[in-house]
Design a protein around this ligand. Structure first.
Ligand SMILES: C[S@@+](CC[C@H](N)C(=O)[O-])C[C@H]1O[C@@H](n2cnc3c(N)ncnc32)[C@H](O)[C@@H]1O
Length: 238
């Protein structure tokens, strides 16, 4: 148990990396912190046992995964429909659903083992704003249209854009969580983004003062036309 300075007793399991992080977690998750704690416990128990998350991630679950993903909410407009492509164990989509009940979130994930885990997590956390959808992003072009697509650690931007842009309404946004190679990936994706007629691209950082380093996002705003499949896109098994 940790007790934040001047606050009420908050049950934050050993997964938080230090006391100051309790304050950050409270700031980021607010009233939803107990739900985030439940999710953290589910990730660090069944998530590790079933191979959805590596055992070494448990010590850095909050900083590297929960808070790092939750701060993406800063870039998402109110009441948006969101698809999280390649959600895996629910990152970032499930975290966004916890921190932003106004969002309508679809967790899109091809692997049955992972969608089973996601279904269980959504039921346990009693999240009414989440749909778990099994499949590959490219299979849902023309069937699913949303305001925002998120993705973390799914594919290079060049390929990811070809999967995400057909799922976006004109003016909708791909928010790709990227690391140090964000600028390089954006440059490499230039020809594909041109072919899709995207309106604009931008690198932005969210979570300043909450995660170190802040989370880097590539924002791609969809244009009016989006081909069903990106030139050169290919099926990928994982
Ligand atoms: C490295 S994991 C990342 C999972 C999660 N986003 C995270 O950050 O922990 C990549 C995920 O993308 C999924 N994936 C791979 N190709 C995909 C596709 N074409 N459409 C949707 N998901 C895909 C995989 O099944 C896997 O769960």
């Amino acid at each position: 148990m940790n007790r934040p300075a001047g606050g009420t007793r908050v049950r934050v399991p050993c997964l938080l990396w230090n006391d100051s992080a309790v304050g950050i977690a409270r700031e980021v998750f607010g009233d939803a912190l107990p739900v985030a704690e439940q999710y953290a416990e589910f990730l660090s128990g069944p998530g590790v046992e079933r191979g959805l998350i590596g055992p070494r991630e448990v010590d850095r679950l909050w900083e590297r995964h929960l808070i790092n993903c939750a701060v993406v909410a800063e870039a998402i407009p109110a009441a948006a429909s969101v698809v999280d492509i390649g959600s895996g164990a629910g990152l970032p989509g499930l975290v966004l659903a916890i921190v932003r009940p106004d969002l309508d979130i679809t967790l899109l994930e091809p692997l049955l083992r992972r969608t089973t885990f996601l279904d269980e997590a959504v039921g346990m956390l009693k999240l009414g704003n989440v749909t778990v959808l099994r499949g590959r992003a490219e299979e849902h072009a023309g069937k699913l249209t949303v305001d925002v697509a998120t993705a973390r650690a799914v594919a290079p931007l060049e390929r990811l854009a070809g999967w995400a842009l057909p799922l976006l309404r004109p003016g909708g946004e791909l928010l790709a969580l990227k690391g140090e190679r964000a600028a390089a990936e954006l440059a490499e994706a230039g020809p594909v983004l041109d072919r899709f007629g995207v309106r604009s691209t931008e690198l932005l950082q969210v979570g300043r003062g909450k995660v170190d380093p802040p989370t880097t996002l590539v924002r791609v705003v969809a244009g009016a036309r989006a081909p069903r499949r990106a030139p050169g896109s290919r099926k990928r098994s994982s």
